[in-house]
Write a protein that binds this ligand. Structure first.
Ligand code: ASP
Ligand code: MG
Length: 425
């Protein structure tokens, strides 16, 4: 007998029929002699609807009237994030209750647990809170007593007993954190695809499902744009060594991908997977002074404005005095980044600033890269053969990322997928 954590995403609980199907999978696990905690998302589309409502509610009654303190500009008002969390967390409350009712109706003893009841303790960063602890002692006793725990994903409780949420896609993180908190033997993430693929199968039909992927690789894949799992969930799985599987709700008995330690992967190809992200924007500061402290004078204000900077290149100055600096941020942060730069124009001392949002990032990922020389070179050659210009490069031990024009993303991903021999036969 073991404790198993199971997680079902929005499409898996999209209506009552699907919830019944999910209950069947839970029942099967119980009949195998396991104790179960299930974590659920909101019904597909529900969270988007709730987010829309919070934005609508925050709008002032008369359009076009500047808000107080906006300096005369008409701003898109942001709802109070604590109340936003109260609203958007409700989707998971509904599905946790419905699944518990369905399980009981099938003769499986179950009860729902909301984030604050577990409790899933989080930071106070409403809208994208981090889980800080899951002291789920009472829940674990109930599970050991034979009752299925149905946990509302995505939500937690912040200091001051306020409801918090973990950022979009956060129920993956709830599931892995619950699994770690109750020392589950395994965390099974049931979703609408049957595993993690070498790249997005919608772009490369010859993409292959991976039997196994190292935690480190999955972390890079998730943070570089693969949308299968929320990045934070992989961090927690890695930190607490939770054996985590990704499998399909609709074909649970075929396929699946296991996230595991690097040592458990025997055959290490140079490249395991290719990720891409269109959520990129590029900013270039022209003719900045080439002197100590210049980078700090640029990235300090950006950090203060809460902007995450990703790739950075600084050119060598031709005359030893002036140089150009290019960096990338996510598209949603472009306006904020530009505002922060312009506000500090005098201190930085650039001649002008240009930006572009029609760029995308393509990355190759693989732990095998450490042992294989020439991996990056093959990437550059492949892209140049296709006439694709590389604008910015960044690397780590197990990944190489390039920034290219957005229109070439699909071409680049396909070419790289075959160059690294990832295509299915
Ligand atoms: N329902 C939340 C969302 O749509 C959390 C999740 O599904 O993981 O982002
Ligand atoms: Mg998801």
């Amino acid at each position: 007998m073991a404790i198993i954590a199971m997680k079902f995403g929005g499409t898996s609980v999209a209506d009552l029929d699907r919830i019944r199907h999910v209950a069947g999978l839970v029942k099967r696990e119980v009949e195998r002699g396991n104790k179960v905690a299930v974590v659920v998302s909101a019904m597909a589309g529900e969270t988007n609807k709730l987010v829309g409502w919070t934005n609508e509610a925050a709008r002032p009654p008369v359009e076009g009237i500047p808000m107080e303190g906006s300096g005369g500009k008409v701003l898109q008002p942001i709802p109070d994030q604590r109340e936003y969390d109260v609203v958007v967390a409700s989707g998971e409350q509904v599905t946790s209750g419905l699944l518990a009712i369905t399980l009981n109706a099938m003769g499986v003893k179950a009860r729902s647990w909301l984030g604050w009841q577990v409790p899933i303790e989080t930071s106070a960063v409403h809208g994208s809170a981090r889980i800080e602890g899951v002291p789920a002692f009472e829940m674990k006793r109930a599970i050991e007593g034979g009752e299925v725990a149905v946990v509302a994903g995505f939500q937690g409780v912040a200091p001051g007993h306020r409801i918090s949420t973990l950022g979009r896609g956060g129920s993956d993180t709830s599931a892995v954190a619950v699994a770690a908190g109750i020392q589950a033997a395994r965390c099974d993430i049931y979703t609408d695809v049957d595993g993690v693929y070498t790249t997005d199968p919608r772009i490369v039909p010859k993409a292959r499902r991976l039997e196994k992927i190292a935690f480190e690789e999955m972390l890079e894949m998730a943070s570089l744009g693969a949308k299968v799992l929320q990045t934070r969930s992989v961090e927690i799985a890695m930190l607490h060594r939770v054996p985590t599987r990704v499998l399909s709700t609709f074909t649970p008995d075929v396929g699946g991908t296991l996230l595991c330690d690097e040592e458990d992967i025997v055959e290490k190809k140079p490249v395991t997977g290719i990720a891409y992200s269109r959520d990129e924007a590029k900013i270039t500061l022209h003719k900045i002074p080439d002197r100590p402290g210049i980078a700090a004078s640029i990235f300090g204000p950006l950090a203060d404005a809460g902007v995450n900077v990703d790739m950075i290149v600084q050119n060598v100055s031709e005359d030893g005095k002036k140089t150009d600096l290019t960096f990338t941020v996510s598209r949603s942060e472009l306006a904020r980044a530009l505002a922060a730069i312009e506000k500090h124009a005098a201190a930085i001392g650039y001649r002008d600033v240009t930006h572009a949002a029609d760029v995308a990032k393509v990355s190759i990922i693989g732990i095998g890269m450490r042992a294989h020389p020439g991996v990056a070179q093959m990437m550059f050659r492949t892209l140049s053969d296709k006439g694709i210009n590389i604008q910015v490069i960044s690397t780590s031990e197990i990944k190489v990322s390039v920034l290219i024009a957005e229109e070439y993303v699909e071409l680049a991903v396909r070419a790289l997928h075959s160059a690294y021999e990832l295509d299915a036969a």
